[in-house]
Design a protein around this ligand. Structure first.
Ligand code: OAD
Ligand code: ZN
Length: 244
């Protein structure tokens, strides 16, 4: 790889960086076989994620929403982290200051071994009581419909940040610190249209970071970043770590 190539430039930036942040989306798990949200394989019974991942949808028809999550639980339970997830674990190990922000709820970053991370949209293996608010880990596949709280008997909902809901303040604080502080931000496999994550590349850029996007295709973020690399995350992310 020529040093002046885009890949070479991102590698140089990573080698020189004191602090690295990565932001991931569904594209990184696509290489593990998890459907993305905005790809055609992300559709379920002709519903789009935006029609199901909302508090209103759950209020209207909790059974339908839980059935969708059961479909996704069954899918995800069979999947393994891929080389891109593993490369980010390696990057965490090698960097003195590293933070991973993921929009994915599949838990594959944790399965791979990432520890310094914010799962800003939650985790599909956690459920939260609509009555008392307790969060329980639940790995049942499928989960019984409709699930109820062991403590108070109220209905459980997925512990996921849905459209129209806010990120936790702890996650927002961690993300803000990581984005403002990093020398390099890698934006991997996200369409960059769902806020607040869609604003993270701009935030890091304005704070002085070098920002690189890794995606199969151009996205609205491509215009904001310093370099956009096009290809599969599972190929490109490990390549970025070679010789740094
Ligand atoms: P999307 O489905 O919107 O976008 C996936 C992105 O990954 C697209 O830009 C693809 O081009 C890219 N992609 C696909 N395969 C890839 C591969 N093998 N390597 C690299 N890139 C690839 O998913 P997100 O951006 O993660 O929210 O969506 C953001 C949020 O919207 C999700 O967290 C979810 C969704 O509704 C909630 O569930 C609350
Ligand atoms: Zn309860």
């Amino acid at each position: 790889m020529a040093p002046g190539s885009d890949l070479g430039i991102v590698r140089q930036q990573l080698s020189a960086a004191q602090s690295i942040t990565a932001l991931t989306g569904a594209g990184i798990s696509a290489d593990s076989g998890v459907p993305t949200f905005r790809g055609t394989d992300g559709l379920w019974r002709n519903y789009r994620a935006e029609d199901l991942a909302t508090p209103q949808a759950f209020e209207r028809d909790p059974r339908l929403v839980w059935e969708w999550y059961n479909w996704r639980r069954e899918l995800i339970a069979k999947k393994q982290p891929n080389d891109a997830h593993k490369a980010l674990v390696e990057l965490e190990r090698r960097s003195s200051d590293f933070w991973l922000i993921t929009q994915n709820v599949d838990g594959l970053h944790r399965d791979a071994g990432s520890q310094k991370l914010s799962e800003i949209h939650g985790n599909i293996w956690n459920a939260r009581c609509t009555g008392c608010g307790v969060v329980e880990h639940n790995h049942d596949v499928p989960i019984s419909i409709l699930p109820s709280c062991l403590r108070c008997g109220s209905l459980l909902r997925p512990h996921i940040v849905w459209f129209g809901e806010s990120l936790s303040t702890d996650d927002l604080d961690d993300c803000s610190r990581a984005l403002k502080h990093c020398d390099v931000l890698l934006v991997i496999g996200t369409s960059g249209v769902v806020y607040p994550a869609a604003g993270f590349a701009t935030l890091a850029k304005e704070a002085g970071a070098f920002v690189a996007e890794i995606n199969l295709d151009p996205t609205p973020q491509s215009a904001v970043v310093d370099i956009a690399l096009h290809g599969r995350a599972k190929d490109l992310v490990p390549l970025l770590l070679q010789s740094i």
